[in-house]
Write a protein that binds this ligand. Structure first.
Ligand SMILES: Cc1ncc(COP(=O)(O)O)c(C=O)c1O
Length: 382
């Protein structure tokens, strides 16, 4: 299966161990195991239980307890409709392979987390982009979607809140997307990696797509809202036969979640509200700091403010390609902002709102110095 290189991942791995400020990161400042266990009523007892865990193979679909907790995040979902996966990335990968065949037509939001395009294409599907455009303030255009979907369309792929723009579908819009998919006889795959991550002052986020009907599939993860990407715990919630087919494919891939990861995921889901509050608080502080920072640099940078999630795109007014600018920022100012070129969008840099706020502010100050020096043709700051 020839597959395109994952441009953003390749770029991130070039720099992430070499810079001081990774503001390109797509998640929230991760928790330590200690911090996670401290949420428990008796952290010492929870630690002892963790240490006593026997490291055999875990239940292949995820433990019944974990699947039960995940099912509880959706209206009327049953544990048999849940498959715990190695991150949302594995859930998407399995779904594409189980549901798509060469020649199938897919409509997918663009720009996007590259997996959502490259894997369907590698399978041989024809992918039509449902484009979010800066000139349209990165709004989902539902009328355009109606025109793109045909009776040949096998799957519609959305992501809300969206990576990399922070665009969101409202509840009414998501319901319309579902109806469009249903009328075409297509699947709706909704990547909800950024579920629950509301930003202050924005309209409420839509509920999960899976609640809308039998053609909808939701993908979720502990990576972004819970600050636990290192657990590599994600999931899909789909009709039981689709979940079972994904399980069948996963038998050849990762077999089961890691045993300790499953145990810690149960802890995380039991304290969901506190973890999500923590993530929202970090994102809100960084968003406020960033909005001030942008206002102070009128003419140099602007943006379409994100409506949800943890990511946004900064547009800069310098005549430098985004990859070159991102490389120089990393090499000369020790700050990572992801190049828009990784999303097919020039003159933009993606920024994440998830870093520890003090660290975030320090990184922003370095970016400001670097861009201002570059704009005035002076030697960039070191
Ligand atoms: C939209 C989207 N989907 C899926 C993933 C994969 O996340 P996970 O860590 O759960 O595999 C990411 C990670 O950045 C993402 O942004």
């Amino acid at each position: 299966m020839p597959i395109e290189p994952f441009a953003l991942e390749r770029w991130m791995t070039t720099w992430e161990t070499r810079v001081r400020y990774d503001l390109a990161e797509s998640g929230i400042q991760p928790l330590s195991v200690n911090e996670l266990l401290a949420l428990e009523p008796d952290p010492q007892a929870s630690l002892q239980a963790l240490l006593a865990t026997r490291l055999g193979y875990s239940e292949a679909r995820g433990t019944a307890e974990l699947r039960g907790l995940i099912a509880g995040l959706y209206r009327d979902a049953e544990p048999d409709e849940v498959l715990v996966t190695t991150g949302a990335i594995e859930a998407n990968f399995l779904l594409f392979h189980v549901l798509l065949r060469p020649g199938d037509h897919v409509v997918a939001v663009a720009p996007a987390y590259q997996q959502l395009h490259s894997v369907p294409r590698a399978i041989g599907a024809e992918v039509t982009f449902w484009q979010l455009r800066p000139e349209n303030h990165f709004r989902y255009d539902l009328d355009e979607l109606e025109r793109l979907v045909t009776l040949r369309t096998r799957m519609l792929v959305v992501n809300t809140p969206h990576n990399p723009t922070g665009a969101t579908l409202s509840q009414a819009e998501l319901e319309r997307v579902y109806r469009i998919a249903e009328q075409a006889g297509a699947w709706l795959l909704s990547d909800e990696a950024y579920r629950w991550l509301e930003l202050p002052g924005r309209e409420p986020l839509a509920g999960p797509a899976r609640d809308l009907g039998p053609r909808a599939i939701s993908v979720g993860t502990l990576s972004k809202p819970f600050g636990l990407p290192g657990l590599r715990i994600g999931w899909l919630v789909a009709p039981a036969e689709v979940a079972a087919a994904c399980w069948g494919l996963r038998d050849y891939l990762t077999l089961s979640p890691g045993k300790l990861n499953d145990v810690l995921a149960v802890v995380a889901l039991r304290h969901r509200d506190r973890l999500i509050d923590r993530a929202r608080a970090i994102a809100a502080r960084n968003l406020a700091a960033l909005e001030r920072w942008i206002q102070e640099r009128e003419g140099l940078v602007d943006w379409v403010p994100p409506r949800g999630g943890l990511l946004g795109l900064l547009r800069y007014h310098l005549d430098v390609p985004s990859r070159e600018l991102a490389d120089r920022l990393a090499a000369e100012a020790s700050v990572m902002l992801a190049p828009g070129s990784a999303f097919g969008l020039e003159r933009h840099l993606r920024i994440g709102l998830g870093a520890e706020p003090g660290h975030f502010a320090e990184g922003l100050a370095l970016v400001a110095r670097f861009l201002e020096d570059l704009a005035s043709q002076r030697r960039p700051a070191r």
